[in-house]
Design a protein around this ligand. Structure first.
Ligand SMILES: [Zn+2]
Length: 307
């Protein structure tokens, strides 16, 4: 049995392993993700698994078809992308024609339609007719980052595969490597940040009573403050309509972002960074943390507003 294993993509790995080891396939697959580059990459991999004449296991170095797909030289795999934000009927008709006249070299005939939500109504109609034709060898792979704008009649004909959002994972991976903390510790600090923002006094007593056991050394404390800084940095990203880098789409971070100005967020980051340097000389950790937390609570935008 061959296994198709893709880092951070358990669902996709499972589906592709199953396809690679059996001849049972759906007629259409819809890959849903947030990142267009990832979607194109995984759609191509998906096509390889469907087309590879061997039982594909990644990476396939045995067959020249997979190599040709990789170098975009395999004429049987059609890929349709929107032109100026729309996919027109002519594209779908060309596709149909091609599959009627060409012979098959791979295990299945496959086509990819990227950003399938951009099909115009005429194109969507043609596609639906094509999907209804009983031709078991033709398999569609659609991609979208917005499943709600894909027409229902297309969605209902597909097996839907939701991709993991790698950027969340990458963000957490980055924090793990740069702080040496595990995910549980990171989440603990993230929750602590939410308490700092909601109830400064409670945060101080929580640290004294509980967190001192987990983060009572200077090294651990520095790592903990690093996580807090990254939390504020993401709140700032969100405030400035940028993509969150570390805690993608975390509601608590969005709340922090909504409750204060960019100016206050920047001041908080600076304040913590300055205090982290003082940590080298400070021996009383509880007192140090209390002072930093009180300081964070007192930061305003200069007009006396905390938000
Ligand atoms: Zn192959």
């Amino acid at each position: 049995m061959s296994e198709v294993k893709i880092d951070n993509q358990p669902i996709l790995s499972r589906v592709l392993t199953k396809i690679s080891n059996s001849s049972a396939v759906s007629q259409a697959y819809l890959l849903v993700g947030v990142n267009d580059v990832d979607l194109i990459k995984y759609a191509t991999l998906f096509a390889k698994v469907l087309i590879c004449p061997n039982n594909y296991s990644n990476p396939c170095s045995r067959c020249n078809i997979c190599l040709r797909i990789e170098s975009e030289n395999f004429g049987e795999l059609s890929i349709i992308n929107p032109i100026n934000g729309v996919i027109k009927k002519e594209e779908i008709l060309r596709l149909k024609e091609k599959f009627q006249t060409h012979s098959i070299e791979g295990k299945n005939q496959v086509y990819i339609i990227n950003k399938v939500e951009t099909l115009n109504p005429a194109a969507a109609n043609s596609l639906l007719k094509f999907l209804e034709e009983p031709d078991s060898n033709t398999i569609a792979i659609f991609t979208t980052s917005n499943i709600n704008s894909v027409i229902n009649t297309v969605v209902s004909r597909c097996q839907i595969i939701k991709l993991n959002n790698n950027s969340i994972k990458n963000g957490i991976e980055f924090i793990k490597t740069s702080t040496g903390m595990n995910e549980e510790q990171i989440n603990k600090i993230l929750d602590f940040l939410f308490i700092i923002e909601n109830n400064n006094i409670k945060a101080i007593s929580l640290f004294k009573e509980l967190l001192i056991n987990d983060f009572g050394t200077k090294e651990l404390l520095k790592s903990a403050f690093m996580v807090i800084i990254l939390g504020y940095k993401d709140a700032l990203n969100y405030k400035l309509f940028k993509k969150m880098e570390y805690f993608n789409n975390e509601t608590g971070i969005k709340n922090i972002s909504d409750s204060q100005s960019a100016d206050v967020l920047i001041k908080k980051i600076k304040f913590i960074l300055e205090n982290m340097q003082k940590l080298e000389y400070n021996v009383n950790i509880t007192l140090f943390v209390s002072n930093v937390l009180i300081g964070i609570g007192e930061i305003t935008d200069g007009k006396g507003n905390r938000n």
